[in-house]
Design a binder for this molecule. Structure first.
Ligand code: BDR
Ligand code: CA
Length: 355
């Protein structure tokens, strides 16, 4: 199996897809999840950590160590997604157990990530980020040697827009020509810490190892009603996991738990974004990019080798662009601007479609 570390921001009410990224990363037979670090984002750090531990408890993976990372972005106030993900308690589900295992405190999240990835064989381990990029940016600033050591970095974040592919990106909130999901221009994870995102994308050696799964891709994959029914009624047994970590109390309710999370998420997406097919499951796609890269297509013209340079708007003074469909006065902070680069090795991999 491929060694992998997950950095995520599991939402307060859990009607958000980080829980599915955790499920996939910890249960897929071709992956070995070394640990999870949490970051501010969907909810304050304390909650993203608690929710991560609760999800692991529910799926019987107490053995996976969880570390609390950054509670704030590099140089901005944290932006929590209460408006989308709810603001109180566990509204999204009643089936989530209280975690038994606490978060690890013997070492910092950054050092834990570093040592897990560094002790994997060269070019073998992946880092997957499904929240704000603060922890990941600090990791590579403190440990630049890790760039050449890892196999890859997979990020769910950003949005390219502008006819990048056939995904429908206009939202009920922002008008049919907009493309962001947090502002008319910006995707939430990048918006949460644009400076951290910039520090990753502007590092050429790291960019060359990065796969970016933007909204343009996640909005092609929906948890439709039939997918949800399969999740609820499926009979496949989970892959074997360490016996010591199985909780017989929580195990039977895993399917209803994840189904309930999806129903809540589907409702929010229909209400806020007017998407009624089903919610896009953003985060697990960044995990899938690790073990099933062929699921994604890299471009019509150049097949599998199209690469991009990604710039992140960080200047608060950059305002709306006429014709972009945005609300006046929102600004473009967090917008990801992707430009195709010559050659097939430098730059970020951004798939254009899914197979
Ligand atoms: C991303 O923002 C978060 O709310 C989700 O968990 C996902 O990572 C989608 O923009
Ligand atoms: Ca997330």
């Amino acid at each position: 199996p491929t060694n992998l570390w997950l950095d995520c921001d599991t939402g307060l009410d859990l009607q958000d897809p980080d829980s599915f990224a955790i499920l996939m990363a910890s249960m897929h037979p071709s992956l070995k999840l070394l640990g999870i670090s949490t970051v501010h984002g969907n909810a304050p750090l304390e909650n993203t950590t608690y929710n991560t531990l609760a999800v692991l408890e529910a799926i019987g993976r107490r053995d996976i160590p969880v570390y609390s990372g950054a509670s704030k972005p590099f140089c901005r106030a944290p932006a929590h997604a209460a408006a989308i993900h709810g603001s109180s308690g566990l509204d999204g589900t009643t089936l989530l157990p209280n975690p038994i295992m606490p978060a690890q405190i013997n070492t910092s999240a950054i050092e834990a990530m570093y040592s897990a990835l560094r002790s994997s064989p060269p070019q073998s381990a992946w880092l997957v980020a499904t929240g704000a990029l603060t922890n990941v940016a600090i990791l590579f600033l403190l440990h630049p040697d890790l760039v050449s050591h890892i196999a890859g970095l997979s990020i769910m974040g950003g949005v390219v827009g502008g006819g990048f592919n056939e995904a429908k990106l206009g939202t009920k909130n922002y008008g049919s020509n907009s493309f962001g999901n947090w502002t008319p221009y910006a995707e939430f994870n990048i918006f949460c810490d644009p400076e951290a995102a910039h520090s990753l994308f502007s590092n050429p050696a790291l960019a060359a190892k990065t796969t970016l799964i933007p909204l343009d891709i996640t909005h092609l994959v929906f948890a439709t009603e039939s997918v949800r029914a399969k999740l609820l009624h499926g009979t496949t047994a989970p892959p074997s996991i360490p016996a010591s970590s199985i909780s017989s109390i929580t195990r039977p309710s895993v399917r209803p738990l994840f189904h309930e999370i999806l129903i809540f998420f589907a409702t929010t997406y229909a209400e806020v974004f007017g998407m009624t097919t089903g919610p896009p499951l953003h985060d697990p796609l960044a995990v899938a990019a690790v073990f099933a890269p062929a699921l994604f297509r890299d471009g019509r013209e150049t097949g599998e080798r199209e690469r991009w340079s990604v710039d992140v708007v960080r200047d608060d003074a950059i305002g709306d662009v006429t014709g972009s469909g945005g609300k006046k006065g929102v600004g473009q902070v967090g917008r990801t601007v992707a430009r195709k680069v010559e050659g097939d090795r430098d730059g970020v991999r951004i798939p254009r479609g899914v197979n």
